[in-house]
Design a protein around this ligand. Structure first.
Ligand code: URA
Length: 274
């Protein structure tokens, strides 16, 4: 008789149980910090087994906020460093850039992944796109330290073997984004922002699992575990496309964010691009 693999059997059992819950109409699931850590720390081969049908890990995505199980950001950062699933990808460079800003912020910005400048300074959004984001934040009457700034992927994606990459960057792949999603969701649970702004299509797809253009996703509040997510263009798009119309769209999105947060909006701010 072939020997049974206990981990594989256990995962199949969990999968069947989750399917049963879904069939019974459950759409949300609470998962303890310890279990989540075990799942995300598992070698990728087991994870792929659970995800054999190529489904996104929706049972993790739908985890509702659970303050008791919420780790501090410092602990979460250690979990990311230790995560086998992330290590085993083998497609990322090895300097972690976690996040920056106010861990109790009402407003959270999420970009795609650190680039060369961010890797050097170990801080998200400090290169040219980051400087434009900083200007946008200041135009809203805020400082970088008032908001929380993170990325869907916490390491700079490698090009080739990552050596001699110079300043070249690439967007993260869906596999890279999926590997970080459980951590990003925990990060959101920990910060508990009132509003999340997804910067660009990659961040929006990673957060919301919707495959649409930014143009179609912006202008409405999507929901992620009860937190409104507004989608806007990535600042690097504005650096490539200088049209006033595109800057205006991003600014309109930021006015929407300010209104949702109850921030004061001056006449000057209202008319910036009019
Ligand atoms: N672009 C991103 O999406 N994130 C960064 O941190 C920097 C540039």
């Amino acid at each position: 008789m072939p020997q049974s693999n206990t981990t594989t059997d256990a995962l199949h059992f969990v999968k069947r149980y989750l399917h049963q819950l879904k069939e019974d109409g459950e759409t949300r699931l609470s998962i303890s910090q310890e279990s989540l850590q075990t799942l995300t720390g598992m070698p990728a081969k087991y994870f792929r087994l659970v995800n054999k049908e190529n489904n996104p890990p929706s049972y993790i995505r739908e985890t509702p906020p659970h303050p008791k199980d919420t780790p501090s950001l410092a602990i979460l950062e250690k979990h990311v460093v230790a995560a086998n699933l992330v290590k085993e990808l083998g497609t990322l460079r090895d300097i972690m850039v976690f996040a920056v800003g106010n861990p109790n912020a009402d407003l959270m910005f999420v970009g795609e992944a650190p680039g060369a400048e961010e890797e050097k300074k170990r801080e998200p959004f400090v290169g040219p796109a980051g400087q434009l984001l900083t200007k946008i934040i200041q135009a809203m009457g805020l400082k970088r330290t008032d908001v929380y700034i993170s990325n869907v992927v916490k390491y700079r994606p490698a090009i080739g073997n990552g050596q001699n990459q110079g300043p070249k960057n690439r967007p993260p792949s869906p596999e890279e984004i999926d590997a970080f999603l459980p951590f990003l969701l925990q990060e959101i649970d920990t910060v508990q922002p009132e509003v999340i702004v997804a910067l660009g299509g990659t961040a929006a797809k990673g957060l919301l699992n919707i495959d649409e253009s930014v143009g179609r996703m912006r202008g409405q509040a999507h929901q992620l575990n009860g937190v409104p997510v507004l989608v806007t263009y990535h600042p690097s798009y504005l650096l490539r496309n200088h049209a006033l119309s595109e800057r205006r769209k991003v600014w309109e999105d930021m006015l929407d964010v300010m209104a949702r947060l109850g921030l004061p909006i001056t006449e000057k701010q209202k008319n910036f691009f009019r």
